[in-house]
Design a protein around this ligand. Structure first.
Ligand SMILES: O=C(O)CCC(=O)C(=O)O
Length: 254
């Protein structure tokens, strides 16, 4: 494990990578827990099923036109994962996550806003359009005093639909960030974006105002990220999302 976070690079680029952020044993348990949910979709009770967003219910355009009938029960978003398996709480106790979030936000006390598992399945896992996380309509405090953190269970590769980021695009004021939303089909200038390739167990921190998105997973391996929004504990959410057991949970290291 390494676990160090470069705050200066995060301030400059709008993203950062913490290498080897969690123990391999935990990584294995998390991967198994995600797979168990995928394997048991047909028998899940309705209160858990409603936390899942399926590929088949989303437009085919973002998965290269592959028809809904071809993607079975593939889950795109596994919402509120702690409702499925308590092992996901362990992620919020990881010292490398807590210290990196504190450094990125610049405060000593941080809390969770939400958690999901974003899954790009082999061969058809969908692309994600260009966007900024600030502002968002799901879990918002009064300003951009939060960070998105992704724990990459499988790592990320170019062909696997790695998150793509435009370094430096977060350096604008809050009103401009709220106004400047890329229209559908917008593409950055040649060479402006970087694909964040990483190993299993690495953690990627995304500034709330940095432009990011990502391509389809055309590889033969899954790309599963635990995505969390972590915020300044002194700044309450305007409205707490339903079905988010982690919302408001203060992060305290193991
Ligand atoms: O899963 C990814 O590649 C990015 C997730 C993302 O863009 C987000 O949570 O805002």
């Amino acid at each position: 494990m390494d676990g160090s976070f470069d705050r200066a690079a995060f301030a400059r680029d709008g993203f950062g990578i913490v290498r080897g952020a969690v123990p391999g044993s935990l990584l294995g348990m998390l991967r198994n827990a995600v797979q168990r949910v995928q394997d048991t979709v047909p028998s899940l009770p309705s209160h858990l099923r409603e936390r899942l967003t399926f590929e088949r219910d989303l437009p085919a355009g973002r998965r290269g036109g592959i028809a809904a009938s071809e993607v079975g029960d593939a889950i795109f978003i596994l919402g509120d994962p702690v409702a499925f398996d308590a092992v996901f709480w362990e992620v919020l106790r990881q010292p490398a996550l807590i210290s990196a979030a504190q450094a990125a936000i610049g405060v000593p006390e941080v809390m969770a806003h939400f958690m999901n598992v974003t899954i790009k399945h082999p061969h058809f896992g969908r692309s994600i359009g260009w966007h900024r996380d600030y502002p968002n309509g799901y879990a918002m405090p009064a300003g951009p005093c939060f960070v998105r953190v992704m724990l990459c269970l499988d790592g990320m590769s170019e062909a696997g639909g790695a998150t793509t980021i435009i370094p430096g695009s977060h350096r604008l004021d809050d009103a401009a960030a709220a106004d400047h939303r890329p229209s559908r089909g917008w593409q950055p200038a040649e060479g402006a974006a970087v694909k964040v390739c990483c190993e299993p167990g690495d953690m990627v921190l995304i500034h709330p105002k940095v432009l990011h998105g990502g391509g389809m997973n055309t590889s033969s391996s899954p790309r599963r990220n635990i995505v969390m929004q972590i915020g300044d504990a002194a700044m309450p959410l305007w409205s707490v999302p339903q079905q988010e057991a982690v919302a408001g949970h203060r992060l305290v290291a193991n």
